[in-house]
Ligand binder design. Sequence first.
Ligand code: NAD
Length: 264
Amino acid sequence: SSNLMQGKRGLIMGLANDKSIAWGIAKACADAGAELAFSYQGDALRKRVGPLAAQLGSDLVIECDVTNTESMDALFAELEAKWGKLDFVVHAIGFSDKSELRGRYVDTSAENFQMTMDISVYSFTAVVQRAEKLMTDGGSCLTLTYYGAEQVMPHYNVMGVAKAALEASVKYLAEDLGKDGIRVNAISAGPIKTLAASGIGDFRYILKWNELNSPLRRNVTQDEVGKSALYLLSDLGSGVTGENLHVDAGYHVVGMKAVDAPDI
Ligand code: NAD
């Protein structure tokens, strides 16, 4: 615990349950003194998100489906009314039809391609567009991505294409908003067992592969993503924008692992 985020107000989007990456980030920010608001998708999630928010001392819990323009406008209007200004926003949202997170990328349908891009890519731009107006003292915006944007990973398919577009949009947004002291970054997290991840084919195998092949020889946790997010969201990251910070136990640097398994 520190007071790194004392006096800072931030919006956390994408909390579904206590396994969510958003939860690891929210805990790290609250622990450092931030005041938080949460948005959640659909009424069904309110009974989960409400109590989690309360655990971190927040009662600002607002419904928002990012595919709905009115819902997005209402979220930011409420934040403006309650807080006036915003210091940071975390976008931990992604979605694709489960049936296309297995098999071949080439078989992706136009309908799912567009939905995946809308929810997983455009929504971040739409969020930053609205957050910008409230970040009158500068700010920090963060999204979550995955290595499947850079290299082909099994079953990631259309989500890999979407994450590549998301990573490119981070760079364009960073350039657009830099002159106003607003930073825009991504964290490329290693695989973590969450609700969204369980939709990906062979996810347990992917976890095992990362554990065996990453330099740290293990997977990362929500709390580790939270700590790195704190760096980017706080003044510790004041010189960093347009960055894609890999929090993946080093997996992305390995071309071929040295043979250190005794039975190979
Ligand atoms: P999660 O299921 O806990 O979170 C995904 C969130 O997206 C949920 O809260 C869901 O409600 C929200 N969402 C989906 N569609 C939405 C919509 N239309 N409007 C509003 N919210 C919507 O899973 P997670 O793994 O914590 O995912 C968070 C982010 O992290 C995603 O962008 C994911 O791609 C990314 N990520 C996850 C991993 C991993 O292995 N879990 C690795 C790298 C990146």
